[in-house]
Ligand binder design. Structure first.
Ligand SMILES: Nc1ccn([C@@H]2O[C@H](COP(=O)(O)O)[C@@H](O)[C@H]2O)c(=O)n1
Ligand SMILES: C[C@@]1(CO)OP(=O)(O)OP(=O)(O)OC[C@H]1O
Length: 159
């Protein structure tokens, strides 16, 4: 078994869609990034890469590369899944938290879990997503950005 941790932050700005966990969430602002800035999927990918000691998403998908401009982070997650497969690992479980003062994310959590378990080819019960405000404190509390944290366990395929 291998453990990994991931963390990511993106700024909330006008004129961008708010994509979290592959779900397009109705909101007056969205997250800024080179990709679709899906802060949850980014933290999850970093936790998976971390568990394999394979660096981070900035190394694998550089923000200087135009092929990643506005790309869906679910496509990047598919690439991380391919890397897991070729290194002989599968998901044990993932537990992630999104810190957002608004909007309310609870209505979208099941769809996020379905998106992630579909791409990672694991069961819904292997993926847990939580949401929290930061009680109006800090940059998240001021609604300047959204952050995400993820831990994952990977299992060797032939263990
Ligand atoms: N963006 C968010 C933040 C929180 N939730 C849900 O509300 C619960 C209470 O949040 P606190 O920050 O006051 O602990 C939390 O456990 C989530 O279920 C949410 O849906 N969206
Ligand atoms: C995902 C990548 C892909 O180009 O772009 P961003 O959406 O800017 O995300 P970030 O978490 O800042 O870093 C990784 C990037 O390389």
């Amino acid at each position: 078994m291998r453990i990994g941790f991931g963390f990511d932050v993106h700024e909330l700005v006008d004129k961008r869609n708010l994509i979290i966990g592959g779900v397009d969430i109705p909101h007056e602002k969205g997250l800024l990034g080179h990709s679709d800035a899906d802060v949850l999927i980014h933290a999850i990918m970093d936790s998976i890469l971390g568990a394999m000691a394979l660096g981070d998403i900035g190394y694998h998908f550089p923000d200087t590369d135009q092929q990643y401009k506005d790309i869906s982070s679910l496509i990047l997650l598919e690439k991380v899944k391919d890397t897991m497969d070729s290194n002989g690992f599968k998901i044990g479980n993932i537990d992630a938290t999104v810190a957002a003062q608004s909007p309310k994310l609870a209505p979208f959590i099941l769809e996020m879990r379905k998106n992630i378990s579909r791409v990672l080819e694991c069961s819904l019960g292997d993926i847990n997503i939580k949401a929290t405000t930061t009680e109006k404190l800090g940059f998240v509390g001021r609604k300047e950005g959204i952050s995400s944290y993820s831990v994952c366990m990977l299992k060797a395929v032939n263990s």
